[in-house]
Write a protein that binds this ligand. Structure first.
Ligand code: MG
Length: 320
């Protein structure tokens, strides 16, 4: 594991691609991607990432966000430096809980004007390719973000929008849905405030809006345990995080989708940010090649962390 040392933060594009900056990696990977090793486990408590605020750059970050000190945003200084030096950047951003706070009901989590402004600025920068990579379905992503020059990936990598047309990345078999629905539906009925969402590739039990979240969390655990044998037998995927239990087709995940896009270009800066278990697929795939930011609490493979979508947006605004 290589610890990034702020005192050696690269100050030029040459340096960022130098062997020293690529410490611990084989340098340029076979696919042409200039991999930056950021695999150090940089928890917020790591003293290496608690620099004193001395430079104009650091002061700029803090001025942009009065909460930055508390959010450890100053720990993101190496990312900000690398961002500004890079010539071709790839940014993977999850939606719910990452660039937008959670709402009681999924359809209420529309992006605020500030969010659209930051994502708009980033996506209009010709050096950037911005990917919104979400578990949401195509329609919501299109409705909320389709007017921006972003690349959209829906349903955890199951669909990609290319040249204005949505395409599945895997064959989608829906024959399993009825059996899984019959297991899930009674849990919705006995838990007030929960709901069952159907996507093309999956069924989702939401309990963020449950009358009693504590009770609903126990019920969700019970649902997860009940579903697991059937899900495994059918080669499906199941996850329980961010107050949802989701069953979906196997074969696609955010990690694979991100890896495919990464291989399609020679990027000298890659960032991915996410908050939930499904984003860990992305972190695990990319962590040796990208700056990975976990939003919120919980165990993670990411090398950086911020506490909230607001903190991440503050950082992205500093980049834009
Ligand atoms: Mg999320």
């Amino acid at each position: 594991m290589v610890k990034l040392d702020l005192r050696k933060t690269p100050s030029s594009p040459d340096q960022i691609n130098s062997p020293a900056c690529l410490a611990g990696t084989a340098g340029r990977a076979a696919n042409g991607f200039s991999s930056i090793d950021v695999s150090s486990n940089t928890s917020p408590s790591d003293k290496t990432f608690s620099p004193k605020v001395n430079s104009p750059l650091e002061r700029t970050i803090l001025r942009k966000s009065s909460k930055a000190v508390n959010e450890q945003s100053d720990d993101l200084k190496p990312i900000l430096d690398a961002y500004h030096l890079a010539k071709k950047r790839l940014l993977f951003l999850d939606y719910d809980g990452t660039i937008v706070p959670f709402a009681p009901k999924p359809d209420q989590a529309k992006p605020a004007a500030e969010t659209l402004s930051v994502i708009g600025k980033l996506s209009k920068d010709k050096l950037n390719t911005v990917i919104i990579i979400s578990g949401r379905d195509k329609r919501e992503l299109d409705d909320w973000l389709g007017h921006l020059p972003v690349h959209l990936i829906a349903e955890h990598g199951t669909f990609e929008k290319r040249a204005g047309v949505w395409q599945p990345t895997v064959n989608i078999d829906e024959s399993w849905k009825e059996q899984i629905r019959q297991i899930m539906q009674p849990f919705v009925q006995k838990t007030p405030g929960t709901l069952l969402e159907e996507k093309k590739s999956g069924l989702v039990f939401h309990y963020r809006n449950a009358f009693s979240r504590v009770n609903a969390a126990k019920i969700a655990d019970e649902l997860y345990r009940k579903l697991k044998p059937t899900v495994e037998k059918q080669g499906l995927h199941i996850s329980h995080s961010s107050m949802v239990v989701e069953v979906r087709c196997g074969g696609a995940d955010k990690g694979q989708a991100a890896q495919d896009l990464l291989a399609s270009g020679n990027y000298d800066f890659v960032l991915c940010a996410g908050d939930s278990q499904t984003d860990e697929d992305m972190f695990n795939e990319l962590k040796s090649k990208a700056f990975c930011i976990k939003v919120g609490v919980g165990k993670t493979a990411a090398n950086y962390r911020v506490s909230s979508p607001e903190a991440l947006l503050n950082f992205l605004e500093a980049c834009a």
